[in-house]
Design a protein around this ligand. Sequence first.
Ligand SMILES: [Zn+2]
Length: 71
Amino acid sequence: MSKSRGITISKSEVPLYAIILLAGIFAFGLFVVGYDQGHIFSIVLGEDAYAEQFIHELTHDMRHAAGFPCH
Ligand SMILES: [Zn+2]
């Protein structure tokens, strides 16, 4: 009776484009949550967006909880 031993090598690769796409989404999300002071809405609203700071107000508590500098 012979024993046979097999070596199983599982090879899973994450595609490079998926890493680049997720890194882009991460960077954009980090900017929105942590650093936006009206920059994104200024595309549509112009200078008023810097005074209103909609996204800043939306993510304000999250910024403080995460330790981002806010004000
Ligand atoms: Zn604050």
